[in-house]
Structures are given as structure tokens and as C-alpha cells.
Design a protein. Structure first.
Length: 500
């Protein structure tokens, strides 16, 4: 691993950073009711970059009232699918027009390399809005032939309507701040819902800029409300609010369970995108060059702060040493540094807390008997930098294999044959994703069928497209994001029966 220099924050961001960071409620930018703010840090330097309004229950109350009003009686409630589609498409265009600025904000706030932020986060966010714009005009029910056994001569015309679920609370994490906002907002808007969005407290900035673009696109007041603040206060108030019809959450499995409990008061609908500990499998018949590069990318992309990261690497015994050496070589050569340095390939972790968590796991892994074939510690410099790490001699009982680290740390384990592998791969409470590298198409398909995961990548990893559903089996979540599958989260079905 080599180290890139710390690059200064782009001048062009200064106007955005120096303006007060307020919340968006009912189409207006407002301070928190309490007047409180919280600090947001640059993870590459540990310096404060912004003070953001600290929303709490009282602010959620106002946001819910605005969203309720917009849903029940505003122009939004009367808008056609075609009109909504135009607005959503316009948001996509505005994201693209501001791609550099949004990517800079993301790099500054989250730490990820600018090139990644622009090519992945921003481009995929625009794509998500554009894809969802198309669905606004295609939400339709069915006509259903019915007949009553106790009144065989009665005739009916029966059909279903697909209606928006209503006011939606959306709580998102810090690893892809803009993209997670897009994954949540786009389907809610296409189905005609109204929203209270709470970005993660670590990374609220790109959602606030997106809020400005959403207003600029012409989305009516109160349709999208953005409350910045902490999970235990603002987030919890959203999850338990009686006037919110549905909550969509992305974050840790632990908090996902709290959301479910909080949602029971009014039985609001819940969808969850949670953690993962995804298996990535390399067979001895794989194209090893691409498998090794793919395995490194599966864990080091976005500093390993990816819910579907390939954090458990299973390698067939005959090629185990070669693969571990290959992935370790890539890890050692990755350029780690400020996301604003064009040569940087991996940025800092998002926060001091995440840094402590990941370095804690590195120590625990070694204490439990794993060996660092590459990396293994933090970088001695300001900011929350850790080394890309490959742990070998890992075994299934270790915390680094069982628990989600959410950092650039992969645990490599050997396997013998296919049946052993499937058991090992499924030996986890999670089920978000899985990868397999082999030239044997039958083996690949058998694995895809046997593995309990919501996404399976064959001879590739981390392939995301707005059209492809994504979500978890087991404790990795409820419901799907993206594709037409996500519309289910935001629609409800009404049966209408007319006597003829
Ligand atoms: P987290 O669950 O603590 O926080 C996520 C969001 O939930 C934040 O906005 C936070 O403010 C809010 N929150 C926290 N406590 C809350 C509460 N009691 N009530 C309501 N909201 C609350 O997650 P984290 O540790 O900050 O983020 C990392 C985790 O997120 C990882 O475990 C990772 O797997 C998961 N994640 C999953 C996905 C996915 O798509 N499945 C994507 C990104 C992150």
C-alpha cells in the first residue's frame, strides 16, 4: 500500500459549505426548532467542514405535517403519472448537470475517491431517478374475473387499483449518501408518496444539495422533506410516528430490529436493507487473474464500506495460496489517501467511530489467530485511514468472519468441495449477496441456486443497475430496492367490485 498526499478541498465548494445547513420542511429551509446544530467532519483530515441543523422529534412533527398535507391535499395528490415522470426525469438531469459538485461533496463528506463518487454514486443516482421516471406512467391494476358460488347468476366487474402507501419515512446510511437517497426517493416519488428523509448524521451534505435540486426541478412543497439529525432522536421519531404510513430503512441489522419495534404502534409498513457478510468464492478452475482482481475490488471498493462487500473469501484449496498472495499484492499496492488526490484508490473510513470499530476488528482477528497477509493496522496520519487488509488462516468461529466489519478487511478461508462450500457460504446470519468465480457454468448455477442471498454475481462482483432488484435474505433485510420490485414497497392494492 502506498500513501497519497492530502489534497485541499476544491474552492468551488466553499459557497455551498459556508451557507447555513438547514432542513427542508414544507418547501422551506428551516433551522431546528431547538436551534441546535451538529458538526460534520472531513474524514480525510478530522476537521469540521459544516454545522448542520440538528432535527429532533419536534422537527419530524413539522415535516410529517407538511408531507401529510402534500399527500392529502396538495397539487401532488392530483398530479398525473406523466407529470410526476417529468419531474423525476428533471431531477436526473439536474444531478447530471451538477455531477462534479455532487461528487466533490460526497468525497468531502464521506471520504471516497472523487472519481468513484462521480462514476458510481452520482451516475447511479441519476440513473435511478431516470429509471424510476419511466415507472410513473406504468402503475396499473388488473381486471379480475370473479364468480360467487352462492349466487352463480350475479355478475360483477372487479378490478384492482394500485395506490401510493402515503407518507413515507426514509432513514439512510453514510456509505453511499447520495445514492441511498436516490434509491429511496425515486420509487417513493414515482408511486406518488410523500417523504420525510433522514440522512445519516455523518454525511448529510449531499442529501441537502439534492433537496435544493429537487425544489429546482419543480417538485411541490412538502413532497420531499429532509430532516437532518441523529438516529436515536430524529430517526426514532420517524420510525414511531403514527402519521407515517411506511418506513424504509437502510443501515445496520441491529437498528433495523429497533425500527421494526418502533413501527408497531400504527403497524406502519417496513422495508429494510441491512448488513451483510457476503461470501465470494473462487474455484481452482476460475480465470484467476480476473478472480483475484475481482476479489480485491469486492472488498476494497468504497473502503469496504459496502453492505454487500465480499468480506468472506472462500478459495478452493489448490489455489488458496496463490489467490491470497494475489489479493494481498493488490492490497499492498493500493493508493490510500484523500479522495481529492487523483491518484487515490481508497479513501479514509467515514468517521472516528467507524475507524475505532474497524481497527478493533483488526486486533480481534489477530488475537483470535488470523494472520494479516497484507495491511492489518491503521495509518499513522490525520484522518480515519486504515490499511487494506487480507486476513489468512481465518476460521468460521472468528469474530472477523462472523460479524460485519464494514471496512477494507477480507477474511480468506480454504474449501475442499462443492457441498462443503455451500454449507460454509450459508453459515451466516446474513444473506445479502454472494459471488462465484469459475469456468464451470453448471457449478456456478448450482451455487446461485443454493446460496441464500438476494444477489449473486457470477464471474463479477458489485454489479448494480437501477433495473436489478437488490435486497437481503435472512437478517439482511425485508423487501427489495430498485427494479420494479421496489414499487411493492410503496404501493398498496385496492380491490373494487361493481355489481352489473
Ligand atoms: P446505523 O444503523 O447505525 O445507521 C443508519 C441510519 O439509521 C442512520 O441514518 C442513523 O442515524 C439511523 N439510526 C440509528 N439509530 C436509529 C434508531 N434508533 N432509530 C432510527 N434510526 C436510527 O448504521 P451505521 O452503523 O451508521 O452504518 C453501517 C451499517 O449500515 C452497516 O451495518 C451496514 O451493513 C449497513 N448498511 C446496509 C446497506 C444495505 O443496503 N443493506 C447499505 C449501507 C449500510
Amino acid at each position: 500500500m502506498s500513501v497519497a498526499t492530502n489534497s485541499p478541498v476544491p474552492e468551488s465548494l466553499q459557497p455551498f459549505l459556508s451557507s447555513p445547513k438547514k432542513m427542508l420542511i414544507g418547501g422551506k429551509w428551516v433551522d431546528a426548532q431547538s436551534g441546535k446544530t451538529f458538526e460534520v467532519f472531513d474524514p480525510a483530515s478530522d476537521q469540521v467542514i459544516a454545522e448542520v441543523a440538528e432535527g429532533e422529534a419536534a422537527d419530524v412533527e413539522l415535516a410529517v405535517a407538511a408531507a401529510r398535507k402534500a399527500f392529502d391535499q396538495g397539487p401532488w395528490s392530483r398530479m398525473s403519472g406523466s407529470e410526476r415522470s417529468r419531474l423525476i426525469w428533471r431531477i436526473a438531469e439536474l444531478i447530471e448537470e451538477h455531477a462534479d459538485e455532487l461528487a466533490q461533496i460526497e468525497t468531502l463528506d464521506n471520504g471516497k475517491p472523487f472519481a468513484v463518487a462521480k462514476a458510481a454514486d452520482v451516475a447511479l443516482a441519476a440513473d435511478m431517478f431516470r429509471y424510476m421516471a419511466g415507472w410513473a406512467t406504468k402503475i396499473e391494476g388488473n381486471t379480475i374475473p370473479i364468480h360467487l358460488p352462492y349466487a352463480p347468476d350475479a355478475e360483477f366487474h372487479a378490478f384492482t387499483l394500485r395506490e401510493p402507501v402515503g407518507v413515507v419515512g426514509q432513514i439512510i446510511p453514510w456509505n453511499f449518501p447520495l445514492l441511498m437517497a436516490a434509491w429511496k426517493l425515486a420509487p417513493a416519488l414515482t408511486t406518488g408518496c410523500t417523504v420525510i428523509l433522514k440522512p445519516a448524521e455523518q454525511t448529510p451534505l449531499s442529501a441537502l444539495r439534492l433537496g435544493e435540486l429537487i425544489l429546482q426541478a419543480g417538485v411541490p412543497d412538502g413532497v420531499v422533506n429532509i430532516v437532518t439529525g441523529f438516529g436515536e432522536t430524529a430517526g426514532a421519531a420517524i420510525a414511531s410516528h403514527e402519521q407515517i404510513d411506511k418506513v424504509a430503512f437502510t443501515g445496520s441489522t441491529e437498528v433495523g430490529k429497533l425500527i421494526i419495534n418502533a413501527a408497531t404502534g400504527n403497524l406502519k409498513r417496513v422495508s429494510l436493507e441491512l448488513g451483510g457478510k457476503s461470501p465470494n468464492v473462487i474455484y481452482d478452475d476460475a480465470d484467476l487473474d480476473s478472480a483475484i482482481a475481482g476479489a480485491a475490488d469486492a472488498i476494497f471498493f468504497n473502503q469496504g464500506e459496502v453492505c454487500s462487500a465480499g468480506s468472506r473469501l472462500f478459495v478452493q484449496k489448490g489455489v488458496y495460496d496463490e489467490v491470497v498472495a494475489g489479493v494481498s499484492e493488490i492490497a499492498k499496492n493500493l493508493k490510500v489517501g484523500s479522495g481529492f488526490d487523483a491518484s487515490t484508490q481508497m479513501g479514509p473510513l467515514v468517521s472516528r467511530e467507524q475507524f475505532d470499530r474497524v481497527t478493533g476488528y483488526l486486533k480481534a482477528g489477530v488475537a483470535e489467530g488470523a494472520e494479516a497477509a497484507a495491511g492489518g493496522s491503521a495509518l499513522d496520519r490525520p484522518g480515519y485511514f486504515v490499511q487494506p487488509t487480507v486476513l489468512k488462516n481465518a476460521s468460521e468461529d472468528m469474530s472477523v468472519v462472523r460479524e460485519e466489519i464494514f471496512g477494507p478487511v477480507v477474511a480468506a478461508m480454504p474449501f475442499g468441495d462443492e457441498s462443503e462450500l455451500v454449507n460454509q457460504a450459508n453459515n451466516t446470519a446474513y444473506g445479502l449477496a454472494a459471488g462465484i468465480w469459475t469456468r464451470d457454468i453448471s457449478k456456478a448455477h448450482r451455487f446461485a441456486k443454493a446460496v441464500k442471498a438476494g444477489s449473486v454475481w457470477i464471474n463479477c462482483y458489485s454489479v448494480f443497475d437501477a433495473a436489478l432488484p437488490f435486497g437481503g435474505y435472512k437478517q439482511s433485510g425485508w423487501g427489495r430496492e430498485m427494479g420494479h420490485a421496489v414499487l411493492e414497497n410503496y404501493l398498496q392494492t385496492k380491490s373494487v367490485c361493481v355489481s352489473l
